[in-house]
Ligand binder design. Structure first.
Ligand SMILES: Nc1ncnc2c1ncn2[C@@H]1O[C@H](COP(=O)(O)OP(=O)(O)OP(=O)(O)O)[C@@H](O)[C@H]1O
Ligand SMILES: [Mg+2]
Length: 205
């Protein structure tokens, strides 16, 4: 195409590979953009978190990663960078906020929605990689606890890669989801990455 022609420099899908898959991670939530700082006593946690996150991204242990911690500590950032890396390796990845997942499950109980709640649960139980963001932020009812447990238990039994982020402590999770907390703490499979006490990135100067 001659320089200056209409469309010069525009991105075009490769005719052999087809269009690139839509990115999963929001813009900027990459490993490269993740700063481990070093000017606060808890910043060592960022280094440890990055190490575990990149191991997961490479397909190594851990198979399950649970990020705990307060607002702005980088949980969602790392979780999406991990999910994107696994997508780039060709795996099927579903990334969803817990509230959205439950809304999809409950919507599927209505007549106007295709599929059934069982199908939604099944698809999240079986897909290669799941990122469940903001677990517990939706509040919880008996029904929602059961649905989330069902998905996570199935993924645990099958050893399927799973990333969870939550503002809750492990003790708090254990009170309402004892099964889930117990599986999260299984170090043969997973790692709990505690970012509690890391400064809120949104407030860092
Ligand atoms: N260590 C970091 N380096 C660079 N950017 C970061 C870092 N930590 C967080 N951010 C950025 O700060 C914003 C908030 O981070 P993030 O969404 O990961 O927080 P969170 O721990 O998930 O908080 P919440 O509990 O409120 O959901 C995002 O734009 C993210 O990209
Ligand atoms: Mg978050």
């Amino acid at each position: 195409m001659p320089l200056g022609a209409t469309g010069f420099g525009a991105a075009k899908p490769c005719p052999r590979c087809g269009p690139a898959p839509r990115p999963i991670a929001p813009e900027g939530m990459t490993f490269e953009a993740f700063n481990t700082y070093g000017d606060h006593p808890n910043d060592y946690k960022l280094k440890g978190a990055l190490k575990i996150a990149t191991a997961f991204a490479a397909g190594d242990w851990p198979v399950w990663v649970t990020f705990l911690g307060s607002n702005g500590s980088g949980k969602t950032h790392l979780a999406y960078a991990m999910a994107q890396a696994r997508r780039n390796r060709g795996e099927r990845v579903a990334a969803v906020r817990s509230s959205r997942l439950l809304a999809a499950i409950f919507a599927a109980m209505g007549d106007d929605t295709p599929g059934s709640p069982g199908e939604v649960i099944e698809s999240y139980s079986k897909i290669d990689v799941v990122l469940l963001d903001e677990l517990g932020r939706e509040g919880h009812t008996e029904a929602s606890l059961t649905r989330i447990s069902e998905i996570l238990n199935e993924r645990y039994v099958e050893r399927l890669p799973t990333i969870i982020t939550t503002n809750w402590s492990l003790e708090a999770i254990g009170k309402v989801w004892p099964d889930v907390a117990s599986r999260m703490a299984d170090s043969s499979l997973g790692a709990i990455v505690d970012l509690e006490g890391v400064l809120d990135h949104r407030k860092r100067g």
